[in-house]
Design a protein around this ligand. Structure first.
Ligand code: NAD
Ligand code: UD1
Length: 339
């Protein structure tokens, strides 16, 4: 049994990672300031696993409070998810994004160094491949970003490379997520966006429960088979299991390293593919209109997942149909999310 700190563990992806960690017998400590999550998540994690994580309502920017958590618990590793993630908002309030994501990571790294916790799994994103790389994306491609949110991820990856090269006690896994959707099959935890959803799946599920009138499909004239955008959707439970594999590898190897891994399914689906898979899973009609393209969107991207397959022994096992069934199960049982 290991003691794992999960920053942002109350959020969409973090809550699923906490469930997987608890199910594998680890002790889980969550640090989250609840800026985009709800305390009810703790009860739900408990209902699924019969176990409770230890929760601290702490902001990563608060070095003193974060240090106190490290002082109290002997951490074996940290999974660092805590971040702001809305791409559009990041262009409106870039300072808040840089401060929260980059400064928050710096505080965490400083405290980890002080308490000599050097195993780190970092939540990166496919957005670090920028707009110019060919598809599928491979880990060695050059990184760039097209918006402040994406730049925070590139900056943090750069910072992690620098600290690893300066001090070889660090042992770091950079996990680049593609498009996580779906929910735990229990329907007890899932994605609960505040306000109008920016991402496709939560918008679709809100149309299905009647909270939104219709989906706007951003662009029907892309050079893709049906003209709509193509993405690499991954079930959030498969994504969570990828973190366990990355953690196992970090802890098992005697040689310290820094490695990036794409976590995706390795294939693309269009917006219309997702809409029809969701209609099949839910039995609901999803009304939509094709509107203009969303600024900053790419026509198509998906992952090359060879490295994660070979080095982590990880691959997805849940289909697009299961992603839609589980997203629908969550939304149907929790039409208002956690509140
Ligand atoms: P989320 O908003 O549901 O979870 C993030 C959690 O971090 C929230 O609970 C929030 O309250 C917390 N948090 C934010 N800033 C904090 C701070 N300063 N101190 C303490 N807690 C703080 O988002 P998510 O979808 O679960 O994403 C988790 C991570 O994965 C993020 O780093 C995100 O950038 C990354 N990621 C997400 C996606 C996606 O599509 N969801 C894709 C690629 C990468
Ligand atoms: C978005 C972010 C990206 C981030 C990723 C995962 C943007 C520009 N990019 O990517 O940085 O890493 O989320 O969090 O926001 N779509 C619609 N209608 C909608 C919503 C989406 O047609 O209401 C389409 C999009 O145009 C896209 C696809 O659905 O083709 C998926 O969109 P989304 O879920 O927002 O993810 P990404 O755009 O891939």
């Amino acid at each position: 049994m290991k003691t794992i700190l999960v920053t942002g563990g109350m959020g969409f992806i973090g809550s699923h990672i906490c469930v997987s960690l608890l199910e594998q017998g680890h002790q889980v400590i969550i640090v989250d300031n609840l800026c985009n999550s709800n305390k009810e998540v703790l009860n739900r994690i408990n209902q699924i696993t019969g176990k409770a994580p230890i929760f601290y309502s702490v902001d990563l920017l608060n070095e003193e409070a974060l240090s106190a958590v490290f002082k109290r618990h002997n951490m074996d590793a940290v999974i660092h998810l805590a971040a702001l993630k809305a791409v559009g908002k990041s262009s409106q309030i870039p300072l808040s994004y840089y401060h929260n994501n980059v400064s928050g990571s710096l505080v965490l790294l400083k405290v980890m160094e002080k308490y000599e916790v050097f195993n780190l799994v970092f939540s990166s994103s496919a957005t670090v491949y920028g707009a110019k790389n060919p598809i599928p994306y491979v880990e060695h491609f050059p990184l760039s970003a097209t918006n402040p949110y994406g730049r925070t991820k590139v900056m943090i990856e750069d910072i992690l490379q620098d600290i690893f090269h300066a001090d070889s006690r660090w042992n770091i896994s950079l996990l680049r997520y593609f498009n996580p959707i779906g929910a735990h099959p229990s329907g007890l935890i899932g994605e609960d966006p505040k306000g109008i959803p920016n991402n496709l799946m939560p918008f679709i599920t809100q149309v299905a429960v009647g909270q939104r009138d219709r989906l706007s499909i951003f662009g029907g004239d892309y050079p893709t088979p049906d003209g709509t955008g193509v993405r690499d959707y991954i079930h959030v439970v498969d994504l969570a299991l990828g973190h366990l594999k990355a953690l196992e590898k970090l802890m098992a190897s005697s040689v310290k390293s820094i490695s990036a891994y794409n976590l995706g399914a390795g294939k693309g689906y269009s917006v219309l593919n997702v809409v029809s898979a969701f209609e099949k899973a839910s039995g609901k009609e999803i009304k939509y209109s094709i509107t203009s393209r969303r600024e900053g969107d790419l026509a198509e991207f998906f992952a090359d997942v060879t490295k994660a397959n070979n080095e982590l022994g990880w691959q997805v096992s849940r289909s697009l149909d299961e992603m839609c069934e589980d997203a629908w199960n969550w939304q149907r049982k929790n039409p208002e999310g956690y509140s």
